[in-house]
Design a protein around this ligand. Structure first.
Ligand code: IFM
Length: 440
């Protein structure tokens, strides 16, 4: 094997990603708090509780680790319900606390990437019908009008909404997120309103900060028809792919929203992404099942040959990451990988997962993909939504009872990559020796 490192462009962003509700702790004024208090909604009735205790200042410890480990960026989110606890009432102390966090990040050498909405809504929004209510896009715009002037001297990269299709599917189809519905028409309405909210936020940010980079984070689910020779597998796969992967992002190009059986035209959404954020985890095989009417006749499973994560939530499928990047190129904007990672409390598969995925990203870039940054999910174990504390995505482990941080060996591997701005031959030999033949 040639002994040269696989390097990345100068100024490439290397970081980790987190989200307010998952790390801050004591976020008791949002819809997830209500959901967590409702028995049976979260595995083992876990709650976010103190989470990683960031609201009491422990972000300093985790972000110091990140900076010491060679990272130069951090993606995080602000909690709407803290900043606007009641309609139109602003908590200036909360805004100040986020300013301190941003100043801290920058002084550690971490470029902040700020997410405005990451799954949670203030209780007052939830009580007004959440994003099913057309007014929520206006409320969101008012929130964005407030926070952009407060943070714009410290932030250049903005993410309007994290994973809108996950929010829609999990909350309005699968019933796993609040409000726990199975109502495709409501799902369509939420998607529509989130697009309007995104478009409003995009324009507000640009009016205040013309040079800003504004986008949204798309959870791309790779999927392929289980039986290439069987047309019904293609039909259900394509239907699912269009709805889950294309619906939101395509509307930002054409203004045309097509979701399930409904359509709309949202002209104000056209051209509202300066980059696309890609969150990638795994890949499904999709097959037609005449008995699965409730699931729109589709059944999903992982490739039986793929390595599965601890709880079977993720199959290691780096090829799906290559597909995600190729898919993102269709929008002709720069690409930032805003999440990628695996749940693995013992850190057994993470090193291999990490290096094989970074290798796919590097290859895609050699082929012309304009990828400008990679944020690993996550810096430290945190609260995993409906899966509670059962899944551990951190480079660093966390004992939520004692708040002790545990350094996993993946920290050193990612550190090498970030510090060298390259995947080294040693990284490959150590974590994914099978890649050697490709390099030869
Ligand atoms: O923890 C989540 C994150 O909030 C959104 N993307 C997927 C991650 C892992 O489940």
């Amino acid at each position: 094997m040639e002994q040269s490192n696989l390097s990345f462009p100068k100024d490439f962003l290397w970081g980790t990603a987190t989200a307010a509700h998952q790390v801050e702790g004591n976020n008791t004024n949002n819809n997830w708090h209500i959901w967590e208090q409702t028995p049976g909604k979260i595995i083992s009735n876990h709650t976010a509780g103190l989470a990683c205790d960031w609201w009491n200042g422990r972000w300093k410890e985790d972000l110091t680790h990140a900076a010491e480990d060679g990272q130069n960026a951090h993606r995080f989110s602000i909690e709407w319900s803290r900043i606007e606890p009641k309609p139109g009432k602003w908590d200036e102390a909360a805004i100040q606390a986020y300013r301190e966090m941003l100043i801290g990040m920058r002084s550690l050498g971490l470029k902040p990437m700020l997410t405005l909405h990451h799954f949670t809504d203030p209780i007052w929004i939830y009580e007004k019908g959440g994003w099913e209510n057309d007014e929520t896009a206006d409320f969101f715009a008012r929130f964005v009008e407030k926070v952009v002037p407060a943070f714009k001297d410290l932030v250049d990269y903005w993410i309007t909404i994290n994973e809108p299709t996950v929010y829609v599917f999990s909350g309005y189809m699968a019933g796993e997120f609040p409000p726990g519905k199975n109502d495709p028409k409501a799902a369509f309405q939420v998607m529509r309103n989130m697009l309007c909210g995104h478009a409003r936020a995009y324009r507000i940010i640009h009016a205040a900060q013309p040079h800003a980079m504004v986008g949204f984070a798309k959870n791309f689910r790779a999927m392929i028809p289980a039986r290439a020779w069987f047309p019904p597998d293609h039909w259900v796969n394509d239907f699912s792919f269009r709805n889950f992967n294309n619906s939101f992002a395509d509307t930002l190009m054409s203004g045309r929203l097509k979701f399930a059986f409904w359509k709309d035209f949202i002209p104000e959404a056209i051209g509202t992404q300066d980059y696309i954020g890609v969150n990638y985890y795994t890949r499904d095989h999709v097959r037609f099942n005449a008995l699965a009417a409730k699931n729109l006749f589709q059944e999903r499973f992982f490739d039986p040959r793929a390595e599965l994560s601890e709880n079977g939530f993720i199959a290691t499928e780096p090829v799906g990451f290559a597909e995600a990047i190729r898919w993102a190129q269709r929008y002709y904007v720069p690409i930032y990988i805003t999440e990628n990672g695996v749940e693995d409390s013992q850190d057994i598969m993470r090193p291999h997962y990490l290096i094989t995925h970074l290798f796919e990203m590097w290859k895609a870039m050699q082929g012309g993909a304009d990828v400008r940054g990679y944020m690993h999910w996550s810096q430290v174990d945190n609260f995993e939504w409906e899966r509670g504390w059962t899944q551990r995505f951190g480079l660093w482990g966390l004992n939520p009872l004692t708040q002790e941080r545990i350094r996993r060996s993946s920290v050193d591997i990612y550190r090498d990559v970030c510090m060298q701005n390259a995947i080294s031959t040693e990284n490959i030999l150590q974590c994914a020796p099978e890649l050697q033949s490709e390099l030869d």
